[in-house]
Design a binder for this molecule. Structure first.
Ligand SMILES: Nc1ncnc2c1ncn2[C@@H]1O[C@H](COP(=O)(O)OP(=O)(O)OP(=O)(O)O)[C@@H](O)[C@H]1O
Ligand SMILES: [Mg+2]
Length: 499
């Protein structure tokens, strides 16, 4: 059993470009395609961490060699290894020394380590991330978020939000398989998310996976979450400004949907406000995987949606088809169920942060949703928006409008209400967003082109062109599909929670 890999202070394994941290074996198999190619990775074997060299030999056979450590803390390759027949193994003070030695000499006649697979930039080293307990930004059901600093290779330190699973932190012991599965889900997501860039979604920087706790690094938003802002300043925020929030959120969601990414937890608490006062969608993809994968939480006693994972779901934002008790293979999350949640978020925005059925238990809420008895929007909601929300809350998921339609509706309403002919001009200084510390918004609303909302738009391509080596991201679930394995560790398989 090996100590954590970061122990070797002299030559730190985390500095080595060939070290991929907790990267699953499956990835190694995909990345290593030629004899001589290799990488080094960590893997959990119950209570401790093993370090493994993955390489391809001259016969094109994949070899995984687990490094051993003796009582004096010296590293070596054991005789039983399938890769070699070293009678008296060399011993090395650090893993780096060991790997460098075998890179030069080869492991055996047929097994060379000539070509390293370099760790991708989204795999961040813990030592390049700093955060302190006192800089906690908040915590949800499963995670704590801190403000921190990240120094990438180019040396330019930047502010980041660091998300850590509470459960991983508390070292709650998971079944090894479960821990591995959640880590693999995280890696898959990280790879996909590293290609997502849009003004209205949170930029993902990477994941620190050298050792526990795994950290997810993302863009820091000085304005915090939209829900907090609505609760504090919603009453003084006029309808036009609220429409800007919803327009920007719909634009971010449209981008995600074009990428086949289903959010599954869209709500005002998961929209953030950037330093420039833009609304950004957060907690899609990876931050959600970490959110939920390691989680074991009590349910709320409602007894609804119970299943093996004994975890939780935010019922108030859920579409009726995702609440079906008999759903095989998990609830039917889809782009259409995100549209439903967008309707609930629109309700939150116009009710100044009050969630629907604020006083009722989730069991009652779930029944209302299943029956399609949705609450009336506050009287102050513009009638066009009331009409739009009623479409978003269509019981038949296929009847709900696509995100691009919603975005187009919002931009049209905004253009109409701020056009010179309407006699209404808007000074961005009046926006309540500017009341938030650290936020400065200088333009009220500045998107005039709607081309990205056309159904055949190529402005944001739906394909991933920059995939890492062979076999890039796998297709994600799309409209109407059921939760797959990735999702099984996510919220779709959870019990109700009263958010
Ligand atoms: N990138 C970020 N920049 C600034 N603050 C953030 C960032 N990400 C999260 N936060 C803050 O941390 C809080 C906790 O986030 P977290 O996602 O763990 O929980 P949540 O959003 O309340 O619930 P959920 O579990 O549904 O995501 C947020 O409400 C937000 O205020
Ligand atoms: Mg969140």
């Amino acid at each position: 059993m090996a100590p954590p890999p970061s122990d070797g202070k002299k030559k730190n394994i985390e500095d080595a470009e060939w070290y991929h941290g907790f990267r699953p074996r499956r990835d190694a198999v995909r990345l290593i395609t030629k004899p001589g190619e290799f990488l080094v990775r960590a893997t959990d074997t119950g209570p401790s961490t093993d370090i493994v060299i993955s390489a391809m030999d001259d016969n094109r056979k994949m070899v995984n060699i687990t490094l051993k450590i003796d009582t004096e803390g010296k590293w070596f390759i054991g005789q039983s290894s399938s890769a070699n027949a070293l009678k008296t193994p060399h011993k090395f003070p650090t893993i780096v020394d060991l790997v460098e030695h075998y890179r030069a000499k080869g492991l055996s006649r047929t097994l060379k380590l000539t070509q390293m697979i370099i760790r991708p930039t989204w795999m961040i080293k813990h030592e390049n991330v700093i955060y302190e307990q006192k800089d906690k930004l908040g915590s949800g059901n499963f995670c704590t978020v801190y403000k921190g600093k990240y120094t990438p290779k180019d040396g330019k330190t930047m502010d980041v939000a660091v998300k850590i699973s509470l459960v991983a932190q508390a070292a709650v012991d998971l079944e090894a398989d479960e821990a591995k599965e959640s880590r693999m889900a995280m890696m898959r997501e990280a790879q996909i998310m590293s290609y997502y860039t849009h003004e209205n979604i949170i930029q993902f920087y990477g994941v620190a996976c050298d050792h526990q706790p795994l950290l997810v690094l993302m863009e820091f938003c000085a304005g915090g979450d939209l829900l907090t802002h609505l609760l504090k300043h919603g009453k003084n925020t006029d309808e036009k400004e609220k429409m800007v929030y919803l327009y920007e959120a719909s634009r971010g969601m449209n981008f995600l949907h074009k990428k086949q990414c289903v959010h599954r937890d869209l709500a005002a608490r998961n929209c953030l406000i950037s330093n420039q006062g833009q609304i950004k969608i957060a907690d899609f993809g990876l931050s959600k995987v970490i959110d939920s994968s390691d989680s074991k939480k009590e349910d709320d006693g409602s007894g609804k949606n119970k299943n093996a994972s004994n975890a939780q779901v935010p019922v108030r934002w859920m579409a009726p088809e995702t609440l079906r008790k008999d759903a095989q293979g998990g609830p039917a999350y889809s782009r259409a169920s995100d549209i439903w949640a967008f309707g609930v978020m629109t309700y939150e925005v116009f009710s100044n942060g009050i969630k629907p059925w604020p006083e009722d238990p989730v069991k009652y809420v779930a029944t209302q949703i299943r029956k399609g008895n949705m609450p009336k929007l506050p009287d102050s909601t513009p009638s066009k928006i009331v009409g739009l929300v009623s479409q978003m809350w269509a019981m038949d998921p296929n009847k709900r409008p696509p995100m691009r339609h919603i975005a187009k509706e919002f931009i049209t309403m905004l253009k109409d209400s701020t056009s010179s002919s309407s006699g209404s001009t808007y000074d961005p200084k009046e926006m309540t967003l500017n009341k938030i510390n650290g936020v400065s918004r200088t333009a009220f609303f500045d998107h005039t082109s709607t081309i990205e909302f056309d159904s055949n738009s190529t402005v944001e391509t739906d394909s991933f062109d920059k995939v890492e080596k062979s076999g890039g991201p796998k297709p994600r679930r799309t409209q109407g599909s059921k939760g797959g394995k990735r999702g099984s560790s996510l919220r779709e398989s959870k019990n109700s929670v009263d958010k």
